[in-house]
Write a protein that binds this ligand. Sequence first.
Ligand code: NAD
Length: 488
Amino acid sequence: MTTITQVKTYLNYINGEWVSSLGKKVDISINPANKNEIVGYIQSSSGEDVDRAVEAAKRAQKEWRRLSGAERGDYLYKIANSLERRLDEIAETMTMEMGKTFSEAKGETMRGVAILRYYAGEGMRKAGDVIPASDSQALMFTKRVPLGVIGVISPWNFPVAIPIWKMAPALIYGNTVVIKPAQETSVTAAKVIECMDEAGIPDGVVNMVTGAGSVVGAAMVNHTDVNGITFTGSNATGKQIGQAALARGAKYQLEMGGKNPVIIAADADLDLAVEGTISGGFRSTGQKCTATSRVFVHTEVYDLFKEKLLQKVKEIKIGNGMEDTSWMGPCASENQLNTVLSYIEKGKAEGARLIYGGERHTGNGCENGFYVQPTVFEDVTNGMVIAQEEIFGPVLALIKVDTIEEALAQANDIEFGLSASIYTKDIGAMMSFIIDIDAGLVRINAETAGVELQAPFGGMKQSSSHSREQGQAAIEFFTAIKTVFVKA
Ligand code: NAD
């Protein structure tokens, strides 16, 4: 395993060169496991830096779109190889920047490698359909074409996988990219871009500008030469971006928050259900958009489920994600920690009963980190704030229900619809769940988190702009369709 010894300054990547921001301002990226440790200095850029990056991307797109899909795919294979070679180093950087455990960070980085390889192959697959024309002597077909320059705005919770699942399809379909990663994880993002540079990606095809969302992100969203914006992040930011993109006629895709339910039926395998609820609720410190948050438990098995759940929650080892013994790392930032703690206070004030955790965790060398205990509430009602708003932390709300129908009605009584799961052996209950649950990702006897790169991913209701990412679905956002009619 490599060890990061000196604090480095990471630059923007524009037109194939590593450059300082024009204003020469930098931000720091710190380790949430120890706030006194600086992981790196990153550029605090301005709208003018974005202008330069977009100009480079626009220029490069003319040549890039002319390459064959196989030629573009070759670059993606090379980027995948470079990322795989640097697996340990990049995973370690991720753990140090946002706190998830090293094994989770490695898993995520390998997912990035697999996504790149998946889309590299996509360059050899079909890019249109033949449709019978009204004139039998004519040929009519559709041809997928790139949008142009894509602005990628990404969050901090999956600092490798999300940028890659946006950039890889953008590139393979012939677009060029300007990415603005989350400030909290810009060092990790810079290392992903280094892999692209090492792979010899042509100048201007990928550009990275780091800095504040309200400055750099907003400049990208409002830039007339950015033809498509793909965003993952919070609902509040997503809505602003959607409105701004719509106002100037740019295509946009928003993947946003969740408040994901699991239903534990009376016939559920309770051990499996406990394992899935803990993994879904607490892995990555609850900071997954697909994290389990609301747990609807049938009255008949409520007490036993609760007992088994608490037994396992007590075993969770909190600590620095770089230590093998740690199962759950810190929250990704002080801000995030404070948000989680304030929701815990709201839960208590609303009358929910705290049955485990609820405090900042400071023991065993964790004093300088943003750690919080895994937290479980019971006596939660669906109208409470902690049952309706995304907390994005390791907090579970247990809600008792008498029937599956009641569980489904409450699970759907919310503005979000990202992922949902049910534990049951009954085929009828499974079918009602599949048909009636409002969620883009529906999982049976499996935790709410669990995204497969080859399948469409996205939410219903306020969780998404109703578009889908990943798998074959990505072509819908990253291309436009030309309908061609040819008569000899
Ligand atoms: P965020 O909305 O605060 O930030 C996301 C990105 O938007 C960052 O790069 C940020 O700098 C940028 N940004 C902020 N203000 C902006 C503005 N005015 N204009 C343009 N860009 C701006 O979200 P976050 O805290 O980084 O991420 C957590 C959120 O992401 C959670 O709500 C989570 O559910 C969601 N998320 C969703 C998915 C999904 O696929 N549905 C996946 C992961 C995370």
